[in-house]
Design a protein around this ligand. Structure first.
Ligand code: GTP
Ligand code: MG
Length: 293
């Protein structure tokens, strides 16, 4: 029996549903999902294993014009996803007209590797709009195969996965067959906490936050975690903590619940907030938080 394996990299504008799709393929919540743009900041692998295949998916940050160092690094992850892909998934959402970066768009159109253009969120559209959108994207990206999908409702997700397997080259697996991702446990803790911050704070706050897990002790019945929420300014620190600490407490309670589910164990989570001036624009700080590429 031949074994197939390869890299399937998901790219597209912010908020189109890239992370929702990867989680649907993997069947686990590897990437955090919110309705805010720029939820994903890293390239995150999700590995789907079968007896005769290994699909190494990459979720990537939404494509934007970078305005500061962090965003430069995020776009570096997108660039790297072009370089090692065996299949490229270009995800667009219903109603969308164009990619936010023309150079990336031209790269997709000139791609020598297979491109699957997934037109997502069709649960929000009607037949007429769907047909018009398929027409638009057929003209815009003639080298792509187009699939209307709903990553959220699972519509056409299996069919796309079957097509991916078809397209993969014969190859031995790249990772051990029981491996699910390339990221360590601490990464998922940081992301879970960041998701709660994206959900509960407005405007600039989520974008000024980074989370760093300083302690992770696994005991027989409980995991003890201490994480720091980093902000850029004193005023932001006050907002994160909130009146009498209630806002921060809510983040802690919700993150703990998710982490208990993720690790299948009782969690003790201690959170504190620290000001780290302009970490988003500081190369050394960014490296420390894993934004090196
Ligand atoms: N109606 C509908 N909503 C969807 C679908 N897929 C994703 N969403 C929603 O779209 C929003 C963004 O989803 P994400 O998966 O975080 O999008 P993303 O492309 O990873 O976003 P970034 O990481 O910010 O680039 C969330 O609110 C999802 O619930 C879909 O098929 N239908
Ligand atoms: Mg995402």
């Amino acid at each position: 029996m031949n074994h197939k394996a390869g890299f399937v990299n998901i790219i597209g504008n912010p908020n189109v549903g890239k992370s929702t799709l990867m989680n649907a393929f993997v069947g686990e919540k590897l990437s955090i999902i919110t309705s805010k743009a720029q939820t994903t900041r890293h390239r995150i692998l999700g590995i789907v294993n079968g007896d005769d295949f290994q699909v190494v998916l990459s979720d990537t940050p939404g494509i934007i014009k970078p305005a500061y160092e962090l965003q430069e690094s995020m776009m570096g992850f997108v660039k790297s996803a072009f370089e090692d892909a065996d299949v490229l998934i270009y995800m667009v959402e219903i109603g969308e007209q164009e990619l936010k970066d023309e150079a990336f768009f031209n790269k997709i159109k000139a791609s020598k590797i297979p491109v699957l253009l997934l037109l997502n969120k069709i649960d929000k559209s009607d037949q007429g709009q769907l047909e018009a959108q398929v027409q638009l994207w057929t003209t815009k990206v003639p080298n792509a195969e187009i699939y209307p999908i709903s990553a959220l409702e699972g519509f056409n997700v299996k069919e796309v996965f079957t097509r991916i397997i078809d397209l993969l080259p014969d190859s031995p697996p790249f990772y051990p067959k029981d491996q699910l991702t390339d990221k360590p446990e601490r990464f998922f803790i940081n992301e879970t906490i960041r998701e709660k911050i994206l959900l509960h704070y407005k405007k600039e706050i989520p974008y000024a936050v980074e989370v760093d897990t300083e302690e992770f002790f696994e005991e027989e019945k409980i995991i003890r975690i201490r994480s720091v929420i980093m902000v850029e300014r004193e005023t932001q620190k006050g907002i994160i903590i909130g009146h009498k600490g209630t806002a921060l407490k809510r983040v802690g309670v919700e993150a703990r619940k998710d982490l208990e589910q993720f690790f299948g164990k009782q969690i003790h989570l201690e959170l504190y907030v620290k000001v780290n001036k302009n970490w988003r624009s500081n190369q050394n700080q960014l490296k420390r938080f894993g934004y090196n590429n």
